[in-house]
Design a protein around this ligand. Structure first.
Ligand code: PLP
Ligand code: SF4
Length: 312
């Protein structure tokens, strides 16, 4: 049984795209197609406006050249010592893999050097030595693409470091590959003495299905903190009603909206751009319509700043 859609022709058939619509699909994308069937099932057939399709299916607009759209917009390679990024105080991010469950067309790390399958000896040494770090953020790629054995080895190392109080996952698995949350993975989490935080990455409420809700119930029962970061994306979620629906739904199931990111200007993603002016108008409407805890911080990432920069 096939788990992922990786071939554009198969995708076109799967989505039953009309000939007219097929012309708008990019047949040989530089950043390869990758969508789990589990996720592709949630896409409406023959509808190029589907918010899931727009996030994960390569469209011909990706080939449009636009100035100031770069290969490494956050200049992360400058901050990384091996695959360890310490840009902010007290917390460090470990790019533990380049693998993902899905390829998001707007991803700002899509052109970065690949992380090999490795044991992270150097990174763990740096982490061990730097006692100012009390939170380790597992990112990537998607850290949950690592097999349980490797995660459990990493966790064991963290458990031995007194100064590490919190382990945070940045993952899309909840809505793109929920079956990854298997019994063994829950065992690793349960055994840990550290505080565990999940930051999911959900941009539209159509991504949240019953499977995700079931998992959230389970994660909540262990008292993990659950947050969401979204990216403001043109023709996906760039109006206040769509975001309002998303944030209400998240809070209803127990996830706190944490960040709304402005798009990072990475090559091939200019068709997702929403101006900051428009973003601010959307935020204003959200603030008027929702209780404060449902409104995430609207931020952007500026290289060399000491935190994400609030836009509003
Ligand atoms: C976003 C980010 C973090 C986490 O920042 P928080 O504001 O704590 O969520 C840490 N390191 C890097 C490199 C980041 O990009
Ligand atoms: S899952 Fe994350 S790292 Fe992977 S393509 Fe999407 S945004 Fe990029």
């Amino acid at each position: 049984m096939q788990i992922y859609l990786t071939d554009v022709e198969n995708l076109i058939n799967f989505l039953r795209l009309s000939e007219e619509n097929q012309k708008k699909i990019l047949k040989r994308p530089k950043f390869p197609l990758l969508i789990p069937y589990e996720l592709a099932k949630k896409i409406k057939k023959n509808d190029l406006n589907d918010p899931i399709l727009r996030q994960y299916v390569p469209l011909i607009e990706e080939e449009k050249f636009k100035e100031n759209y770069l290969k490494d917009p956050l200049q992360e390679e400058k901050f990384s010592n091996e695959k360890f990024i310490k840009k902010y105080k007290n917390r460090a991010l470990l790019l533990c893999t380049s693998n993902c469950f899905v390829h998001c067309r707007y991803c700002f790390r899509k052109f970065l050097k690949k992380v090999d399958n490795k044991t992270f000896e150097n990174e763990l040494k740096l982490l061990e030595e730097d006692k100012t770090i009390n939170e380790i953020i597992l990112s990537g790629g998607d850290p949950l693409t690592l097999p349980n054995k490797r995660l459990s080895d990493l966790f064991e190392k963290f458990e031995g470091m007194e100064h590490i109080k919190t382990i945070r996952f940045h993952t899309k698995a909840l809505t793109t590959f929920p079956s990854r949350f298997d019994t063994q993975f829950f065992e690793i989490l349960k055994k840990s003495k550290k505080q565990i935080i999940f930051v999911f990455h959900i941009n539209h409420q159509s991504e949240i299905d019953d499977h995700a809700i079931e998992l959230i119930e389970k994660l909540k029962s262990f008292n993990f903190l659950l947050f969401n970061q979204a990216v403001l994306l043109k023709n996906v979620n760039d109006n206040s009603q769509i975001l309002e629906d998303l944030f209400k739904k998240l809070v209803k199931i127990g996830i706190v909206p944490y960040y709304l990111h402005n798009l990072d200007k990475v090559e091939g993603s200019s068709h997702f751009e929403v101006s900051k002016e428009r973003g601010k108008r959307i935020m204003k409407e959200l603030l008027e319509n929702l209780p404060g805890y449902m409104v995430p911080r609207y931020v952007e990432e500026i290289p060399f700043e000491k935190s994400k920069t609030p836009i509003m």
